[in-house]
Design a protein around this ligand. Structure first.
Ligand code: MG
Ligand code: MG
Length: 263
């Protein structure tokens, strides 16, 4: 973690936007291949190939020793799941977290997908976790504080009796994947670092259907809910601006795909 906030100029923000767009398109490519019977390692390979075909490098592969391009986290796996021979099953929800490096800057975005038809409970968890991300983004403007983002997310999801994972948080992003400031998904209004134009952050609520407690598995990566209940995760990158957050990454490509799939 870089401890001083690195403010970005407009050129750097454009490079981060290029990463954000590529990550968004990679998530759509992944989404196209999510179905019952598919191995998580298969979608990982598809993502790696797509990123490299677009002149970029997977951002997670080798980061802290992580072995793959995607973090693939199924049901009670919160984040940092390692792709492998596990086959997705009808009714699973699967969180895909994807990173890129293009022109020396990072992209980082996550989306939770349904595998076939999922329970109403899981569908609502996904929908509301995504909504909470946008509640956080509304607070990501110059003059607000980091605690305003966390409060907005926490207040929204706790209204449904969901819980916020505390051990993992959002972050600044730039030439490093994880920069200051940390962006917790819980907090007090008006507290924490003041947001200023030029700060670029990843907001990434990890929301549990049950209790907030999590643990790390023996593989040294996968984070699971202690109670075995499902968890959802959505992440976007935003540049702090006056008036309104500037979204650098996007779910547009994914959602275009999901809309087509429904037809
Ligand atoms: Mg991520
Ligand atoms: Mg992140």
């Amino acid at each position: 973690m870089v401890h001083l906030i690195k403010y970005k100029n407009s050129d750097e923000i454009e490079l981060l936007r290029q990463n954000g767009q590529l990550v968004g398109r990679t998530l759509a490519e992944v989404g196209r291949n999510i179905k019952p019977g598919v191995k998580t390692i298969t979608i990982d390979k598809i993502a790696e190939e797509f990123i490299r075909d677009n002149g970029a490098v997977p951002g997670f592969k080798g980061y802290g020793g992580f072995p793959n391009t995607l973090c693939v986290s199924v049901n009670d796996e919160v984040v940092h799941g390692i792709p492998g021979n596990r086959e997705l099953k009808e009714g699973d929800i699967v969180s895909i977290d994807c990173g890129t490096i293009l022109h020396g800057y990072y992209g980082d975005s996550a989306y939770t997908f349904a595998v076939g038809n999922v329970s109403e409970e899981k569908r609502l968890l996904m929908q509301r976790t995504k909504e909470s991300l946008f509640k956080g983004i509304e607070m990501a403007v110059a003059g607000k504080r980091v605690g305003d983002i966390g409060y907005a997310i926490q207040h929204y999801v706790e209204g449904f009796n969901y819980s916020v994972v505390r051990e993992l948080v959002g972050h600044g992003i730039g030439r490093n994947m994880h920069e200051s400031p940390e962006i917790p998904n819980y907090g007090r209004r008006g507290s924490g670092t003041k947001l200023k134009k030029g700060i670029v952050i990843c907001i990434e609520p990890m929301i549990n259907l049950g209790k907030r407690n999590v643990y790390q598995c023996d593989d040294g990566w996968t984070i699971k809910t202690t109670d075995g209940m499902p968890s959802a995760h959505y992440e976007l990158t935003v540049a702090i601006n006056n008036g309104k957050a500037d979204l650098l990454s996007t779910f547009d490509f994914v959602e275009e795909l999901l809309t087509l799939q429904k037809k």
